[in-house]
Design a protein around this ligand. Structure first.
Ligand code: ADP
Ligand code: MG
Length: 453
């Protein structure tokens, strides 16, 4: 029925914004853009990984696709490439758009698409035998024959590595790994085409993890499933995914075959995620990149490229040619100054305590040196003009004129990455990434300098 060359699921510009409300009248004062324009396809029998740090919107994307939550915008075309779904309605909507399904269509969709969650304990009713928990779905979807339901579920329990006798046992009698096996049985009982697995092994012990991953791999083949596999863990993603979509602050920043993503990552964020894998490939050239700071708030995402506030390859303003890590440090200093998060007084007190002197008698140069040290700034920037501006700003800062210091920093130290939003560009063979360094007119010079850092 399904054509292997047509996507089973096509996600188009999917958005999910949560309103932020305030005050007794609960007036909406903003929105958390948890998912902010995400597009990808999932093909029959394929596993697409969705990876990114905690809070980047993976779960929200998964549950919006499966319609456990209502999307704010965009489309999720299910079986949209099939004969029935090829043409759009007169008003431009698509008959196979999950986000527009009515009750009846949704009920049919619920047979075809299932979700598995991280915590298997919370997904079972403790008072119901696990067999009945699984069989319940068959009943809801119209199977009236009780014995038949039992036979089907017992068979399925065996296929997920448990025994038929387990049908009559209760959730508390099973370990976490076994419960996740039962969750898999329940996800499979209606013979779906598509499963969203949201961090399915993240709560399990290392040894159990591998077992469940290999079970998922086996079942996928056996049942011909398409999977959206959500994880924050690159090493888990590598085990099970055919392709990977890398998500940052509600957006996809890179997508491609697993092999491409792991051997030749195009986006600095992907590089950073890869270098965080505890046991990196010894051939890997992406070690030692530290992903500092936390993910910014999705209610007020950074301008331009959303990753620019943390990116180790952030592009320099044209007039400078600093060591890349020094440039990152300069921008960190600037951003913390803008946020008014540099407390000169406590730096002075710190230096005083270290040198066993009075805060009043700490020389300004010692305070400057300490601020530089805190930001990993070299004693002297390699570019004299940049050094002059930085040193001048630090003087003002130490002189308690934070306002003027910040203004100087903002005026001189700018990056195209905060001004221009990069597009997802093609590297060939389905590999895409969104980084300004890809865009010849903006990034060419920067790529040249960044590659020899
Ligand atoms: P992930 O699964 O990648 O860890 P989530 O999808 O859970 O990320 O969350 C993405 C962002 O949306 C986070 O900033 C989170 O705080 C926010 N968020 C998630 N659910 C809600 C909700 N029900 N109401 C408001 N904000 C939410
Ligand atoms: Mg999540």
């Amino acid at each position: 029925m399904t054509d292997p060359d047509e996507p089973l699921v096509s996600v188009r510009d999917l958005k999910k914004h949560y309103p932020i409300k305030e005050g007794i009248l609960s007036r909406q004062v903003g929105a958390a853009k948890a998912v902010d324009g995400v597009s990808f396809d999932i093909y029959p029998g394929e596993t697409l990984g969705l990876v990114g740090e905690s809070g980047c919107g993976k779960s929200t994307a998964g549950s919006s696709i499966i319609r456990l939550e209502d999307a704010t915008g965009g489309e999720v075309l299910f079986n949209g490439g099939g004969r029935a779904g090829r043409t759009r309605n007169d008003d431009g909507t698509h008959p196979n758009d999950v986000t527009r399904f009515d009750e009846r269509e949704l009920k049919a969709f619920r047979r075809d698409a299932q979700m598995i969650f991280q915590d298997p304990s919370s997904s079972f009713d403790p008072r119901m035998t696990v067999g009945n928990s699984v069989a319940e779905l068959l009943q809801v979807h119209g199977m009236t024959d009780r014995d038949r339901r039992r036979r089907i579920v017992q068979n399925l329990l065996e296929r997920v590595g448990l025994s038929a006798d387990d049908y009559d046992r209760y959730p508390h009698e099973f370990s976490g790994g076994q419960k996740q096996r039962i969750a898999l049985a329940r996800a499979l009982v209606l013979n779906p085409d598509f499963i969203v697995a949201d961090e399915p092994v993240s709560a399990l012990d290392v040894s159990i993890k591998a077992e469940i991953l290999s079970l998922i791999n086996d079942l996928q083949e056996e049942f011909g499933l398409s999977l959206l596999f959500i994880s924050h863990d690159m090493s888990v993603i590598r085990e099970v995914c055919d392709r990977v979509a890398v998500m940052y602050l509600g957006e996809i920043v890179e997508i491609g075959k697993t092999e491409q993503i792991f051997s030749d990552p195009a986006h600095p964020y992907t590089e950073a995620l890869l270098s965080a894998i505890p046991n990196p490939d010894p051939r890997s050239t992406h070690e030692g990149i530290e992903l500092k700071g936390t993910v910014p708030s999705p209610s007020d995402p950074p301008s331009g490229c959303r990753f620019h506030t943390r990116c180790h390859r952030v592009i320099q303003s044209e007039e400078f040619d600093l060591d890349q890590s020094a440039w990152r440090s300069v921008l960190n200093l600037r951003d913390r100054a803008i946020a008014r998060e540099i407390d000169v007084e406590s730096v002075r007190e710190f230096v005083a305590a270290e040198t066993d002197t009075d805060p009043e008698s700490v020389p300004p140069d010692a305070v400057k040196a300490e601020i530089r040290a805190e930001f990993d700034l070299p004693e002297q920037l390699s570019d004299p003009e940049a050094e002059r501006v930085l040193s001048d700003a630090l003087d003002r800062m130490v002189d308690d004129d934070v306002e003027a210091a910040t203004e100087t920093l903002m005026e001189v130290f700018t990056t195209p990455c905060e001004e221009t939003k990069p597009e997802l560009l093609d590297h060939g063979d389905g590999h895409q990434s969104s980084c300004l360094r890809n865009e010849p007119d903006v990034g060419a010079e920067a790529v040249a300098t960044a590659s020899d850092d």
